[in-house]
Design a protein around this ligand. Structure first.
Ligand code: KG4
Ligand code: ZN
Length: 348
């Protein structure tokens, strides 16, 4: 059965159609970046108004490009959390209306589970059952966590960030360096040709010993970016020329390197345990070429297979939402009128 998926958890308005195997037939993504850029970050009110204006035509384009026609849509799926409540509501409400109109089931999808599934979207990717159990690093603008994936729907949280998400650390760093929004791609661009060892910013929790805290998570598998961000703030204050001229590329590369080393240390700790032979990585930050290179090197050292989401499926898109619903969410399809948004929806 073909599934039409809708994603509006933040500032991308997206709709996609996948077939019953989760193969992507269309994936239309409208990025609102230009609308939020003047404000240096996502403005929820602008995001949800923009979703309202765009969603009907984005859904129409997704169905048209898929070639299946409205009659060929067997179910509707939409992200129901986590995300911005006002943005989630637009996509889920559109999905509800459509499901009722078509008389088809509705699946509410967890955004993090959709990101996780994005490593299986590109043609030629393995199927989840072929590679489970595996280790998964999720790195987006709102979340950073390390998971053990035993099967689809069966996840163990090994570690997560104690403060900012990796994407947030890049977005905030970019602001301090006057590079604009969104910070991840801006810092990646500014870092080109820069020396990542120019200045050594602190790497959070890098030497953590095994200790399980009240939240039940082992600190060896957790992340922290707050000290790093503060270090950049002081660096910029003490070196007013840091964000200018030749120096900028070196400072940007050094900061980016510290963010990625902070991300990699818990992954390395988990790989040392030799429990997992496969590492997956997805989410907006996984689009970064330097991070992809570093993960490649790390996994080669541990003879571990690396499965990266294809660049176009790293940032928010509806293909990953539709695919999760198609391959395993349909069994959880609910009455369209009772599915609701949950802005803090946990994954496990
Ligand atoms: O997964 P995503 O699209 O949305 C959330 O679910 O949060 O991730 C957005 C984050 C932003 O923080 C953005 O700066 C970061 O992904 N990002 C990148 C790159 N492209 C997007 N970070 C590093 N390098 C990139 N090329
Ligand atoms: Zn996302």
């Amino acid at each position: 059965m073909n599934v039409l998926g809708i994603e509006t958890s933040c500032d991308e308005t997206s709709a996609a159609v996948v077939d019953d195997q989760g193969r992507v037939l269309s994936n239309v993504v409208y990025s609102q970046i230009a609308k939020h850029q003047p404000y240096g970050g996502v403005v929820p009110e602008i995001a949800c108004r923009s979703h309202v204006e765009l969603i009907p035509s984005i859904m129409g384009q997704a169905v048209e490009q898929s070639g299946v026609g409205w009659d060929g849509v067997g179910a509707v799926a939409a992200t129901r959390g986590p995300g911005l409540v006002s943005s989630l509501l637009i996509g889920l409400t559109a999905a509800k209306a459509l499901a009722l109109r078509l008389g088809k089931p509705l699946v509410g999808v967890n955004h993090l589970e959709a990101h996780l599934y994005s490593i299986f979207l590109a043609p030629g990717s393995p199927k989840p059952e072929e590679i489970c159990p595996f280790l998964m690093l999720l790195v987006s603008g709102g979340h950073t966590c390390l998971l053990g994936v035993d099967a689809l729907g069966s996840y163990r949280m090994l570690g997560q960030t104690l403060d900012d998400a990796a994407g947030e650390a890049l977005d905030k760093g970019s602001k301090l360096l006057n590079l604009g929004y969104p910070g991840g791609p801006a810092i990646e661009k500014a870092s080109l040709g820069g020396d990542p060892s120019f200045f050594r910013f602190p790497r959070g929790l890098q030497n953590s010993r095994s200790s399980v805290d009240a939240d039940g998570l082992d600190r060896r598998f957790c992340f922290s970016f707050s000290g790093l961000k503060t270090a950049l703030l002081y660096y910029v204050r003490q070196n007013p020329d840091a964000a200018k001229g030749e120096n900028l590329k070196h400072v940007a590369a050094s900061y980016q390197e510290a963010v990625f080393d902070t991300l990699l240390a818990p992954v390395e700790n988990a790989l040392k345990d030799r429990r997992y032979r496969i590492l997956g990585c997805a989410g907006g930050v996984a689009r970064n070429n330097r991070l992809r290179e570093k993960l490649d090197r790390l996994t080669a050292r541990f003879q571990t297979r690396l499965l990266l989401a294809a660049p176009d499926f790293c940032t928010d898109n509806a293909a990953m939402v539709a695919a999760v619903a198609a391959v395993y969410g349909l069994q959880h399809a609910g009455d369209p009128m009772t599915v609701d948004v949950q802005p803090n929806l946990p994954l496990c």
